[in-house]
Design a protein around this ligand. Sequence first.
Ligand SMILES: [Zn+2]
Length: 221
Amino acid sequence: MAVLCTASAVQKSGSVTRAHASTRKATAVHRRGATASASANRSPAAAPGDGAASVPSRRAALAALVASVASVGAAVNASPAAASVDSLQAGTVRHTDAEWRELLSPEAYSVLRQSGTEARNASPLVKEKRVGTYLCGGCDLPLFPSAAKYESGTGWPSFFDVLPDSVKTEPDNSIAFMPRVAVVCRRCEGHLGHVFKDGPPPTGLRYCMNGVALKFEPQQA
Ligand SMILES: [Zn+2]
């Protein structure tokens, strides 16, 4: 099983955009942007139509078009309203390589920014059983609920599900003849681990994470 989480030799492309805001501020900006985007996309449907819209079939077609555009806009967060709130980079966290080295421990930097893999059973989070949320170690974005954690026996914190809009996946062919799917933080693009299709129900997925790339936040009593 150990090989399934073997370190990737692929160096992630450096992020050179300087962050303009703290992590928490970035979160707030993103949420405002998403809200503005959603309301802006809904408003055309709610607004009174012109003469053409009085024809039922035209109105239905228009509504379908608006719904379609709203759906795509929400997916890529690229509506004009969102862009006016912030740039199209809203909700992202970027640092230079030098800044990441200052912000992270050497172990976390190796995983998050160089796609490394921690040793099995190296993280205390492997045995963490409290109720709470697992955050990105690079930018504090909530990634996994404790309810989705399970004991995989691999020696790495494992989850069968992930919070919405928290991670991205990308192909990882760094090991010959063993294509894998890498999991990165949606917000800071830090490498977190890999996802495999041998997890438990209901998803059948196993998010094999590096504990050093995560932070655990216990639920407040
Ligand atoms: Zn992150």
